[in-house]
Ligand binder design. Sequence first.
Ligand SMILES: *Cc1c(COP(=O)(O)O)cnc(C)c1O
Length: 374
Amino acid sequence: MEREKARAWIELDLEALERNFFRLRALLPPGCALMPVLKADAYGHGALPLALRLQRLGARAFCVATAEEGAALRQGGVRGELLVLGATQESLLPLAAENRLLLTVPDLDAARRMDARGLPLRAHLAIDTGMRRIGERAEATERLEAACRCKNLRIEGAFTHLCTEDRAFSRRQGERFWAAVAALRARGILLAKPHLLNSYGLLHCPELGGAYARAGLALYGYAGEGEAAGLEPVLALKARLGPVRTLQRGESAGYGLRFQARRETRLALLPIGYADGLPRSLSEGRGGALVRGRFAPFAGLLCMDQCLLDVTDIPGAAPGDEAVLIGVSGPARQDAWALARAAGTIPNELLSRLGPRLPRLILPASCGGEKRMV
Ligand SMILES: *Cc1c(COP(=O)(O)O)cnc(C)c1O
């Protein structure tokens, strides 16, 4: 599908992805490789085309959330390591073995159950240094050791997750993690690939080290709120204005008649809604889109597949105009942080919920503006 025919669509700038990849790679501590995080369809971007591009740039290890996500990438031609970050249910262990995935061991009991299957499984050990989400506690050396001594389940690495943006706490997590790795080494267990950095860690405390930096959000172009870090958003979200109608002062519009015109008002139909992942909490002017380089607020309540934009203050706004929900319009920009903030969430949630109904168009390197559907 070309973008001229789409009602609403996502544009992916893989050159921005490349530049982010190289920018982040330049920040890596010694001995550390960038491990792109492609879970949740690469935070809504579309995992496979991004994985293949990153593979061409030299990425040799990736993270996903589930064994199914890992298997889909493997079958799509991704060759390197594919680490499944979550706990994997037993029924999916054969799929993981067939696709040579790296699993995560969430605790000793799970390790024993995995081992008992007799499959040639490979895994990294999750070590809990404070988040209390997954992993044996860093201090539980005996239990960590027992997990590493499984017969069929081969533990090739270990990781922990930084769960705050508080440098002092991150350092404490780092100390607990490296102490656990050292305690295992003292008992004769050498974990080849220990890792703990995520985007925040790579940008703010790379000195914590490790064999991999598991970067998701930063690779897609976002640092913390209000931080630039020289990263560029990869994704733009756009829709095309439908019919524009005029309401007289005092008239109402939309479900519950929640929009009321306080002046003569021009409302444009925008063919995108909450089923596409646009948060309904953006309703009633809490969010909006850029048209002709200016901000137009949503009028009334967002619907499932469409919504209304108040374009009264946008001279010449007309059917067929591009409305930019995430991205750049003339001199104006609305990035995923801005839209997420308006919706009361974070870019990770906003992006990862963008729906499968939106075509994802790749902006190719050279041929000015020509789009290809993925
Ligand atoms: C999602 C996730 C990451 C990536 O986090 P970003 O902040 O997007 O870089 C890294 N590690 C684990 C365990 C995760 O769950």
